[in-house]
Design a protein around this ligand. Structure first.
Ligand code: PEP
Ligand code: MN
Length: 333
């Protein structure tokens, strides 16, 4: 249930109403936008007398929210959430180009790629330090050392960084990381989501390999319900019967998530397709569908990459993708 308040309400009136609701064992989430103040009632709202609430002087209207996700729900927060990291902004009309290798491999590699993607207009550097690999015998990432090298690349280029966390035990290593990624395989690791919800770090939450959009939103709700409102949703392709591409990029996710939620939505055409030739057209398609950003893998020598070489763009190919994506953005504005 949500209560939309009248425009001229005072802080004191909001406080009194919040207390009145809380006294009935229902939690309140306050959302103050430019035009609206909205109280989201969370919990067993069956106890609340809807007519009585609606009749209060400061209440404009009361609506029932049927969806199980509340804090991520656009009904509760009509304005787009904008996530700011360094000079980059994502959401609410701001578009971010996120680029970098699948894995951080060496200092030379990450710094060279960081410099090159920055020169092509990337806003954020990506790079895996903790790698969730299908085989335990495959390269697992440089872990803490990988984060240290990413921070070096950040120092050299000024680009904010995003990297994946696999276990909450390594959270301390992420102190200077700008955005923490939760990978597809951990989308429903609810303990991890709740712990990340206790931080204030922006979280890039990737859709699971076989998860519905509602499940993705519920995972974002796990993070937000602990107090962290800085969540970015990421469509990265899902498992289908199709074998021509690594996954199937579900671009309908972009308008659907925008309709249901105020959170920014980015698209990862690299993991969605698995093939370098498919990345440029799908990056453009994501921009055309209204994504708030794209995240692509770029490697200075894809043939020798320790992970996901087949889907990695060269810096020159990324330069072309960045230019075309910018043109698509201009065309749809
Ligand atoms: C990644 O972005 O490095 C990654 C492992 O992606 P996903 O979780 O989408 O497979
Ligand atoms: Mn990868």
């Amino acid at each position: 249930m949500i209560a939309v308040l009248k425009q001229n309400v005072t802080e004191r009136q909001i406080e009194q109403l919040t207390q009145w609701i809380k006294n009935q064992n229902v939690d309140v989430h306050l959302s103050k936008g430019k035009d609206y103040t909205i109280l989201g009632l969370i919990g067993d709202t069956g106890r609340i007398d809807r007519e009585l609430l609606e009749s209060l002087e400061i209440v404009e209207s009361v609506k029932l929210v049927s969806e199980p996700f509340k804090q991520v729900n656009r009904k509760l927060h009509p304005e787009d959430t904008i996530i700011t990291v360094g000079s980059a902004k994502i959401g609410g009309g701001h578009f971010a180009l996120i680029a970098g290798p699948c894995s951080v491999e060496t200092e030379e590699q990450i710094i060279e790629v960081a410099r090159q993607v920055k020169a092509s207009g990337a806003d954020i550097l990506r790079g895996g330090a903790f790698k969730p690999r299908t085989s335990p015998y495959a390269f697992q990432g440089l872990k803490g050392e990988g984060i240290r090298l990413l921070l070096e690349a950040k120092k050299v280029t000024g680009l904010p960084i995003v990297t994946e966390i696999m276990n909450i035990r390594s959270l301390d290593l992420f102190e200077d990381v700008d955005i923490i990624q939760v990978g597809a395989r951990n989308m429903q690791n609810f303990d991890l989501l709740q712990e990340l919800g206790k931080t204030k770090k922006p979280i890039l939450l990737k859709r699971g390999l076989a998860n519905t959009l509602q499940e993705l939103l519920m995972s974002a709700e796990y993070i937000m319900s602990e107090g962290n409102e800085n969540v970015i949703l990421c469509e990265r392709g899902i498992r289908t019967f199709e074998t021509m591409s690594r996954n199937t990029l579900d671009l309908t996710a972009v308008p659907i998530l925008h309709e249901l939620s105020h959170l920014p939505v980015v698209v990862d055409p690299s993991h969605a397709t698995g093939r370098v030739g498919l990345v440029p057209p799908m990056a453009q398609a994501a921009a055309a569908a209204g994504a708030d950003g794209i995240m692509v893998e770029v490697h200075n020598n894809p043939a020798c990459a320790l992970c996901d070489g087949a889907q990695s763009l060269t810096p020159a190919q990324f330069d072309e993708v960045a230019r075309k994506v910018r043109r698509v953005r201009e065309a749809i504005l």
